[in-house]
Design a protein around this ligand. Structure first.
Ligand SMILES: C[S@@+](CC[C@H](N)C(=O)[O-])C[C@H]1O[C@@H](n2cnc3c(N)ncnc32)[C@H](O)[C@@H]1O
Length: 279
């Protein structure tokens, strides 16, 4: 095996990084610009010093590798990430795919509201998958810094014409005349009481993106569901990513607020992960 990869793997492993093989691959492929397979077949690579620096920084600080490299992958695309936004998670791809299935056969203009846009991964991935549609996504976040990052990502992916960004505390800056076919959100859902039990790396991500103040972590769902009726078109859809043990509680809140056709989709670990409901 190529020695640089061995060296990087060792630095990461000695630093206690669990997924040291995947991360070593990411570092080498990103910095060299070549695939690991090519490198193993003898491809000459440059910037070895930089690769070692990144690995040492990761091992020393335990900051997420995505923060050190400055990007993360989501649905095959590279997104800029920084400490102001949540690092996109694989589970969120399930939410995007479900939204895509719900909207792909819709005729005419499609209006979407993404609450808590963060890095922009949901809005951008959905816009990209529905590129041939007349789609307009209003992407809101309470964090101005997150909106700046999402805007950069939309620009990088050439999706600016499809997404409007606005600073808003949930619906606070949505006008009464604005109506949506779909409201999608991956809101903060970790109960604050679990703060001390999280993986060390999560501590580098913004608290505002992670935690909900109530015992069950469903406060944001409650707020979004309560006023969703005002902003959804007839037959409009609500789609959420949810956390562990939250599906039953959220289902009940939806029923209390007259939502129907409630569907729950599991993730690969068999955990209820996405909830879809219709008004
Ligand atoms: C779990 S992150 C999701 C980010 C991104 N959509 C994703 O799926 O990776 C939640 C986002 O909600 C935002 N947020 C928190 N409170 C909010 C509020 N009251 N109104 C709007 N957005 C809020 C956070 O800033 C954060 O960007």
């Amino acid at each position: 095996m190529n020695t640089i990869i061995k060296q990087i793997e060792k630095i990461l492993k000695d630093g206690g990084i669990e997924e040291y093989k995947q991360e070593a691959r990411l570092i080498v492929e990103d910095i060299s610009g070549f695939s690991l397979d090519k490198i193993l077949l003898g491809q000459e690579i440059e910037n070895r010093e930089k690769m070692l620096d990144v690995a040492l920084k990761r091992a020393d600080t335990k900051a997420p590798i995505q923060h050190i490299l400055g990007f993360s992958y989501f649905m095959g695309e590279k997104y800029i990430v920084n400490p102001n936004v949540l690092i996109p998670r694989d589970e969120t791809e399930i939410l995007v795919l479900e939204c895509y299935k719900l909207l792909k056969n819709k005729n005419g203009k499609v209006d979407v509201l993404d609450i808590g846009v963060g890095s922009g991964c949901i809005s951008c991935a959905l816009a990209k998958k529905l590129l041939d549609k007349d789609i307009e996504i209003l992407a809101v976040d309470i964090s101005f810094e997150a909106i700046k990052t999402a805007l950069e990502n939309a620009d990088k992916l050439d999706l600016i014409r499809k997404i409007i960004f606005r600073k808003s505390d949930i619906y606070s800056k949505i006008r009464d005349c604005e109506k949506f076919d779909l409201i999608v959100s991956n809101p903060p859902y970790i109960p604050l009481r679990e703060k001390d039990n999280l993986q060390y790396e999560v501590g580098f991500e913004p608290e505002i993106a992670l935690f909900a103040p109530d015992y069950d972590g469903v406060e944001f769902y409650r707020r979004i569901i309560k006023d969703a009726g005002k902003f959804l078109k007839q037959d409009g859809i609500l789609a959420f990513e949810i956390g562990i043990n939250q599906s039953e509680i959220i289902k009940n809140i939806l029923i209390q607020n007259n939502f129907k056709d409630i569907t729950i989709i599991k993730d690969l670990a068999n955990i209820d992960r996405v909830v879809i409901a219709r008004l």
